[in-house]
Design a protein. Structure first.
Length: 487
């Protein structure tokens, strides 16, 4: 296991009565897994190792006032093997890998391979944390400004918590563990980190698995409306090709945009099974709600019924209650640290004049989508201006080219990281396998069992076609024609 060498160094120092200072960062220091003792069973704890990855505060040549301690976990495989482990890079940005610990403890991918997880600097159990109190005022920019002042008062320099520093932390980790190579898995924003890591330390990476790929230099903020337009059009087109859906919900696209126009003119109060939940929604809000729902594979089959219900004047979430969105936390990321999110995303978005581009580059996009998402973009830039972290250098403006064997998994309905982005990444990864899941939203490994089968085959031999029988059997969603019924 990757901590053994550090136990031995400590033991040697005890025997030799060492009096010198601790070794310089970077280094790994073992830690008891007390963080999880109350939430895990004994058998789960037996499979878990915990440690700190100790790294310098600054990565740009400045002298660090102190070191950062990043929470590091390793889940041992169920069967002892010599297989290269999986290094999991979480998304967000601002998510902690440790928040997905239970899922990885239960994952079939842990049968033959250890899973390594690191909470990026500023997130999760890593110290110091960038997290501010969750209570937000009505004006979100005020909250951002107050949070920024709190962090400054603690003496933290946010320029030490941007993407280049995080990637360098992972590079240090790859050279400190007791494995010559790892299989890197990055989901959503984690795929962006994975690609940058591949560019920084290719010799330490056996394979790349990119789930909902977000490749440099593309930017979610600038393409928000276009990506949502593609996802919604996919929904309308698949419904029109489905005989039952087309018959039950004719002219779904027209119904949707009529609803948006009417609700912008007269916002509506939504209910849940007839109960008032204090939610009044405009047409622009409805568009953003659809974007959120399209992320969730389990909700997609019920969206035509939901749109039709609202178009008929029934403003209740009843048609969605049977979707797994309401039965689980699929795709949910309550662990996201908004301070870390702003620190990582804003320097990218401020590096180019995105706001001006967004206001003019709208060819072919439904005007209603441009209007709704323009509000989101404007709010994001206002928060970034208040957050006041300098723009990144141009190095993130180039695509990552790598010969590392790569698995790319895209959801046909993904409004955040569309299949088009997977194709863009594939152009620069010559040894790639790109799978587009016709019934899926954002991040396949969470919600499509076939994705796990494909990834297991890929990890077994990254140079062989990992296609599984299940993939050929996948079809577009079977749309529900009434609450609780899918044909």
């Amino acid at each position: 296991m990757f901590f053994r060498r550090f136990f031995l160094v400590g033991l040697f120092c005890l025997m030799a009565t060492c009096v010198h200072s601790q070794p310089e960062a970077p280094r790994i220091e073992p830690e008891e897994c007390s963080w999880f003792s109350s939430m895990l069973s004994r058998s789960q704890l037996d499979r878990l190792e915990c440690a700190w990855l100790v790294v310098p505060e600054f990565r740009d040549g400045r002298e660090s006032a102190y070191n950062l301690e990043l929470a590091l976990l390793r889940i041992s495989s169920r069967r002892a093997t010599n297989s290269a482990p999986i290094l999991y890079l979480p998304g967000g940005p601002g998510e902690a890998a440790s928040s997905d610990l239970i899922e990885w403890l239960e994952s079939d991918l842990g049968q033959e391979r250890d899973i390594i997880m690191l909470d990026p600097r500023g997130t999760g159990f890593s110290f110091p944390s960038l997290k501010c109190p969750d209570e937000k005022p009505t004006n979100i920019v005020d909250w951002v400004s107050e949070c920024r002042e709190r962090i400054s008062a603690r003496g933290l320099d946010l320029t030490a918590y941007t993407i280049p520093a995080i990637v360098r932390d992972y590079v240090d980790l790859l050279f400190l563990i007791d494995q010559p190579q790892v299989n890197v898995y990055g989901s959503s924003y984690g795929s962006r980190l994975a690609l940058m890591l591949a560019g920084a330390a290719p010799e330490r990476i056996r394979s790349l698995s990119l789930d909902g790929v977000y490749p440099p230099p593309l930017r979610h903020t600038a393409e928000l409306a276009r990506n949502l337009d593609m996802a919604l059009n996919r929904l309308f087109e698949d419904c029109a090709r489905d005989v039952v859906c087309k018959e039950t919900y004719p002219e779904l696209s027209d119904s949707f945009y009529r609803v948006v126009s009417e609700m912008n003119a007269s916002p509506q109060e939504f209910t849940l099974q007839g109960q008032n939940i204090g939610m009044t929604i405009t047409g622009n809000d409805f568009i953003l709600m659809m974007s959120s729902l399209l992320h969730h594979t389990g909700a997609i089959p019920y969206l035509p019924a939901f749109i039709a219900s609202v178009a008929g004047g029934d403003y209740d979430f009843e048609p969605l209650l049977v979707s797994e969105l309401f039965a689980s936390d699929e795709g949910g990321r309550a662990s996201q640290n908004e301070s870390a999110f702003l620190t990582q995303r804003c320097p990218e978005d401020l590096a180019v004049p995105e706001a001006q581009r967004y206001l003019t580059d709208s060819d072919g996009i439904a005007p209603a989508l441009m209007a709704a998402t323009r509000e989101v973009v404007a709010a994001h830039y206002a928060k970034c201006q208040a957050w006041n972290v300098p723009a990144l250098t141009p190095r993130i403006e180039r695509p990552v080219t790598s010969s590392i064997p790569s698995l790319i998994m895209s959801g046909a309905y993904d409004p955040a990281t569309p299949a088009l982005w997977g194709s863009f990444a594939a152009e620069h990864l010559p040894n790639n396998w790109h799978f587009v899941f016709p019934n899926a939203g954002h991040v396949m490994l969470d919600s499509v069992p076939c994705a796990t089968e494909i990834m297991r085959a890929f990890l077994s031999d990254p140079l062989q076609d990992p296609s599984a029988d299940c993939y050929g059997a996948l079809r577009p969603p079977r749309f529900a024609v009434s609450p609780g019924k899918s044909d």
